[in-house]
Write a protein that binds this ligand. Structure first.
Ligand code: VG1
Ligand code: CO
Length: 635
């Protein structure tokens, strides 16, 4: 153990009790040291040993506030807590995944503070008093200010400890992993996920529970209710905490621990996957890999995992530095927004394997040389190969699930493997209960989300490692110079066994809300009048409905989750409005058709689906309602 050096000043306590090397040194563990938070330093302990900072300004008794707008309230925790008066703010209802608005909206006075306080007002006190929370984020603009607000309100509400990723960075899947590993009560994620970032763009906040799963609607509805009646914010009067270096800062009984955002997550990945197997693939000279972090949070993970642990070349990581505005990009890994990667993969002599992840690291896109794996196929192929290629699944997955609009490719795998299968509404929060009840292992969404019960969020890097495992497993006996089994070979072999579910999604972003809402109203009306056997062009209706889901574990019901028309040949057209946008309404149309005939599997999805796409546009009268001629994104 390297030695530790301190610079100390009067009147403060330094209690390095968590540092095991200190515990064995009685003169340190029993002593009371004095220091100032600004000058105390514990340098050159071991590289991984946290720095301890102790604040002195607020560790004494509670004093009346000098501020005219707030009053101090007595708090047994030994820090001064101000009661800041506030008023309800309209529109703080969370959508599919957290609260997302433009940065300008979040910057309004008390906007974020109101929501955070409303959250504490909604939780049972035993879920956070003296408890342990995690705070992460995707590095976007406003995260730094937001982190300080969240920390102060957490302290003001009696939270015991908040564990923050260095510089406020920790991906959504890593927050879920850390909550579980550290047995924390929950955690915040500062992210608007795949939405663009910067002063003119989006910001967002999500809250996850102790199992690491996104807060269920019962909680988010309560938070919303409380935002409409809030009158006070409990704000600890503590200085901003330095989040740039690892270590613990104590304020009375409250502490902030800055941690490496990668280590717990990496440890979990090493337990789930066979790293030497993946390494054997990535270090082959006849296999070329590229990962596009899109200047988003996985930039912080890509190098330690793919390069340092798994032997990928350093230049295989593109856009690997997280930036506040994602380098002016739209950190959504799809064929439209990850265009640089797509150009490389479809270019002359493209690499063998390409992948990308989104703003907060929970989405993924998988590409082969000149080949795109649809997310609906991806989850089906991972599920079909999990047992043989991924150690975590060595006894086989417990069950499979997909969101309703995701294609039926996974259903066919569940059928063949005789596994329990679930269809849930859009949004990862609907998978968590099934996982906790041990009914579900592998699941996915058509929206580039894939994951398993190793955590309670979708997981971009996990999906890339799962695919690398499958490709590595298929090629493990291939000698140098022998032709490798490619990503497209894996997918085509899967189609040959199970049939192909052609799938496409059309997005019409930022439409006028009025027209979009009227269109959905019109479709609901159409559904109520429709009956089995109705003719829609060449298609015969099996049923049409507005999808509703009853959670098999807790019985909670989610209704109005998407209008669907299902035809007798298994084809589907589905319509819903996005719940993650920050302006206007985004219409999503999902189109799917099953094709058992291998000779037709090579068809381009857009051509194969053309009749259904035309049908979807005419059935919905989309052009009339929205004035849109073309989608903004096709996946
Ligand atoms: C979209 C996707 C949904 C996903 C959600 C959050 O929601 O369709 O499948 O779970 O984003 O993903 P919506 O309501 O806009 O369709 V993430 O990566 O933005 O947290
Ligand atoms: Co995301």
């Amino acid at each position: 153990m390297a030695s530790c050096s301190y610079s100390l000043k009067p009147n403060n306590m330094l209690l390095p009790s968590f540092c095991s090397s200190f515990k064995s040194r009685p003169f340190l563990s029993n002593a009371i040291f004095s220091s100032s938070s600004s000058s105390l330093s514990l340098l050159s302990c071991s590289p991984r040993l946290p720095l301890i900072r102790t604040s002195h300004a607020h560790s004494l008794s509670i004093k009346a506030s000098s501020s005219s707008s707030s009053t101090a309230i007595a708090d047994p925790e030994g820090i001064k807590v101000n009661s800041v008066p506030t008023k309800p703010i309209e529109g703080q209802k969370t959508g599919t995944s957290g609260l997302r608005k433009k940065v300008k909206v979040f910057k309004q006075e008390n906007y974020l503070a109101n929501w955070i306080q409303a959250l504490f007002n909604s939780l049972p006190p035993e879920d956070y008093k003296n408890g342990h929370l995690v705070l992460g984020g995707d590095g976007r603009y406003f995260n730094k200010e937001a982190a300080q607000i969240i920390i102060k309100i957490a302290a003001g509400n009696g939270v015991g400890k908040i564990m923050v990723g260095r510089d406020g960075i920790m991906s959504t899947p890593a927050v879920s992993a850390v909550i579980r590993k550290q047995k924390a009560n929950g955690g915040f994620i500062m992210s608007a996920s795949h939405n663009p970032g910067g002063p003119e763009y989006d910001w967002g906040i999500k809250f996850n529970y102790s199992s690491g799963q996104p807060a269920p609607e019962s909680i988010t509805d309560k938070i919303y209710g409380n935002t409409l009646s809030i009158s006070e914010i409990k704000m600890a009067d503590i200085p901003d905490v330095d989040l740039s270096s690892l270590g613990v800062t104590n304020f009375g009984n409250f502490s902030v621990e800055v941690v490496d955002p990668v280590s717990d997550y990496l440890e979990l990945m090493e337990n789930v996957f066979d790293f030497p197997l993946i390494r054997s693939l990535l270090s082959r000279s006849d296999f070329r890999f590229v990962f596009d972090a899109m200047h988003a949070v996985t930039g912080a993970y890509a190098k330690p995992i793919f390069v340092e642990k798994l032997g990928a070349k350093p230049d295989s990581i593109l856009n690997g530095v997280p930036l506040e505005d994602f380098g002016h990009g739209h950190p959504d890994p799809n064929l439209t927004y990850a265009r640089d990667l797509v150009a490389i993969m479809y270019g002359e002599n493209g690499p063998d394997f390409g992948a990308a992840s989104d703003g907060d690291g929970d989405r993924n896109m998988i590409l082969g040389k000149g080949f795109f794996v649809t997310p609906s196929d991806s989850v089906a192929i991972i599920a079909a190969n999990a047992q043989e290629a991924i150690p975590y699944f060595k006894s086989g997955p417990k069950g499979l699930a997909r969101s309703m609009p995701t294609s039926g490719a996974l259903d066919r795998v569940a059928e063949k493997l005789k596994l329990p299968f679930f269809e849930v509404p859009t949004g990862w929060k609907f998978f968590g209960n099934l996982m906790d009840a041990r009914k579900l292992s592998v699941c996915g969404e058509e929206s580039f989300g894939t994951g398993s019960d190793h955590i309670r969020e979708k997981d971009g890097i996990w999906a890339v490692l799962a695919w690398l495992s499958i490709v590595a497993h298929r090629n493990k006996d291939k000698k140098p110079g022998e032709k490798l089994i490619s990503v497209s070979d894996v997918v085509k072999a899967h189609w040959a066994t199970y049939g192909r579910n052609f799938f496409s999604r059309y997005d019409y972003e930022e439409c006028e809300s009025e027209g979009a809402n009227k269109m959905i109203g019109y479709l609901r009306d159409l559904v109520s009048k429709s009956k089995a056997g109705d003719k829609y062009g060449n298609y015969v209706l099996q049923f049409a409905d507005d999808f509703a889901y009853t959670d098999p574990v807790d019985g909670s019901v989610a209704s109005k989750q998407g209008v669907r028309f299902v035809f007798t040949d298994g084809s589907r057209i589905i319509f819903r409005l996005s719940g993650t946008g920050s302006a206007g309404a985004t219409v999503r149309i999902y189109i799917e058709q099953f094709e058992p005939d291998v000779s037709k599997h090579e068809m381009d999805a857009q051509s194969a689906l053309k009749p259904l796409i035309d049908l979807a546009l005419s059935v919905s009268k989309l052009r009339d309602f929205t004035g849109r001629e073309k989608p903004t994104v096709i996946t």
